[in-house]
Write a new protein. Structure first.
Length: 488
RNA sequence: CGGGGUGUGGCUCAGCCCGGUAGAGCGCCUCGUUCGGGACGAGGAGGUCGGAGGUUCGAAUCCUCUCACCCCGACCA
């Protein structure tokens, strides 16, 4: 066991914090609720960003950038939206500092008060729709498919690195369409993109679903989500895609002239994923030895460690392996640091989640082999140097697939159908995970269950089979099961 | 905003009750011996003890005020 990390079964939160710190993903900043994302953590985010960005481009979107600061008045234009965000906005009130006349350093210059206060964006719907009003005149301007990569700020009460920070990085797509149908299709298309990304890059199985009214985005008609299950049995909302109807179009007066020369409000969507995904990645795969990264999101996929230290004979072999791997588009590092011992490096690379480690010593070279260790199972095997590139490529694919299978198996084992409230409580407390149960469809029942158990309805799965039953709390008739869980 | 806690080298903390030369481990630097799973030895650098005020011959230690952070709850991605 790693001597750096609190075991998961002892204290899951401490384990998570240890991983973040010891794998050099992020550290706390001087400002409460903010974090410094360190190079290793940022590299993971960059891989996520690049993969998603390519998927957005493929589905016809382009990137733009809207400002950080939003006039306060914009936020109040859509009633639901204000309610949702007003409580957690940072507000810029002044534009100048001055030396404290009493010698206490710098203070806010009271004479520099802003005429209209500015909000640091908690999300960009308002400023974007205010802008779209001028960009959209005709049906020929539609659909408008724009994404932005940005930071946003929500003044959170309690924060955890990556999972919930006051400032976080994300992408937000904002699209405008001529018809409701197109907008709904777009909403679902992007949900599919997220699910595809989560499963094929993050190796994190997700359930696609729609949120109940309680959990819906402020200002949306429908909020769709992908929900993942973490190793401690708590659910994580990993991405959301909103059908906004004409709410923002009406609030910001965004209209177009149709082919029939009719003035109509546009239909809108927005969708986003954030650095929270890094937290989800950690909690899906990692173990008591440290971070475990799926090969597709590993900043470096393979490390070669010379045993005991770099020397010409080993360097030559390492160079040759590196060329072979790079020809196969595998990222590789040869660790030539001779100030650290091999054992230390092994532990350190495991801590950082490197998927594959190759160790080479003179003994191996004599036998024309290398020792290969895979991070997911921590198995070590000896493989031939002949064709090692393809062996490693195959291994990386296996690891990616194995991580997904493992996570999916855990997830599937932790979806429990229950038909009584006693059972509901029992499963929630002892087995944890998702609970599939009938619900009478009312916000009151959802609220009562939340108060009694801390579990919320994570989603109503898409393509949910209809099934007659009775609500697990009230006994009223229900047409389908929904997924409950405690959530991050 | 309630309840609990902590501020002492880069990190984790001891010292405080009972005032008297600021300590340990880890990390860092140098040299040497090592090296197939987190090496060992010797030497070395590094702190106005969160801040302000007070008591005292003398304050990390006692008193007052203040600031910050962490954990647990109410809000959220």
């Amino acid at each position: 066991m790693s001597k750096e990390i609190t075991p998961r079964n002892q204290d899951y939160s401490a384990w998570y914090n240890d991983i973040v710190k010891k794998a050099h993903l992020a550290e706390n900043s001087p400002v409460r609720g903010c974090m410094v994302i360190k190079p290793h953590g940022f590299a993971v985010w960059e891989l996520m960003r690049d993969a998603l960005d390519a998927m957005f481009k493929k589905t016809g979107h382009v990137n733009a950038y809207f400002p950080l600061l939003i006039p306060k008045s914009f936020l109040s234009k859509e009633a639901q939206h204000v309610d949702g965000f007003a409580k957690e906005c940072a507000v810029v009130t002044h534009h100048r500092l001055m030396n404290d006349p009493n010698g206490g350093g710098v203070v806010v210059d009271p004479s520099a008060r802003l005429e209209e206060e500015l909000i640091i964006r908690p999300t960009s719907e308002t400023i974007i729709w205010d802008t779209y009003r001028d960009w959209i005149q005709s049906y020929r301007d539609l659909p408008l498919l724009i994404n932005q990569w940005a930071n946003v700020m929500r003044w959170e009460m309690r924060t955890r690195p990556f999972l919930r920070t006051s400032e976080f990085l994300w992408q937000e797509g904002h699209t405008a369409h001529a018809t409701q149908q197109e907008a709904v299709e777009e909403t679902l298309r992007m949900l599919d993109v997220y699910a595809d990304f989560a499963e094929n890059f993050m190796a994190m199985p997700v359930i696609k679903g729609v949120k109940t009214a309680n959990e819906r985005f402020a200002g949306a008609e429908d909020t769709y989500c992908i929900e993942a299950l973490m190793q401690d049995g708590k659910a994580l909302q990993a991405g959301t895609s909103h059908f906004l109807g004409q709410n923002f179009a009406k609030a910001f007066d965004v209209t177009f002239l149709s082919k029939e020369n009719q003035r109509e409000h546009v239909w809108a969507t927005s969708w986003g994923v954030s650095t929270r995904l890094v937290g989800g990645l950690i909690m899906t795969h990692s173990d008591d030895e440290g971070l475990v990264l799926p090969p597709k999101l590993a900043p470096i996929q393979v490390v070669i460690v010379p045993i005991p230290t770099p020397q010409p004979e080993i360097n030559d072999v390492a160079e040759k392996i590196m060329r072979e791997l790079r020809d196969l588009n595998i990222t590789v590092k040869y660790d030539t640091d001779d100030t650290k011992r091999a054992g230390f490096k092994f532990a350190e690379y495991e801590l950082r989640g490197m998927p594959v480690r190759i160790a080479i010593g003179k003994r191996d070279i004599e036998n024309n082999v290398a020792e290969v260790a895979r991070r997911d199972t921590r198995e070590k095997t000896t493989i031939s140097l002949d064709g090692i590139g393809n062996s490693i490529k195959q291994l990386l694919d296996d690891i990616q697939q194995n991580l997904y299978n493992r996570a999916k198996h855990y997830r599937d084992e932790h979806i429990t159908r229950v038909d009584s409230f006693d059972e509901f409580i029992d499963v929630l407390e002892h087995k944890t995970g998702f609970i599939s149960a009938h619900w009478d469809g009312t916000a009151e029942t959802e609220e009562t269950i939340k108060e009694k158990t801390k579990a919320t309805i994570r989603c109503i799965p898409l393509n949910n089979p209809h099934e007659d039953g009775v609500c697990v709390l009230t006994g009223k008739p229900s047409k389908q099961r929904v997924l409950f869980a405690k959530a991050y």
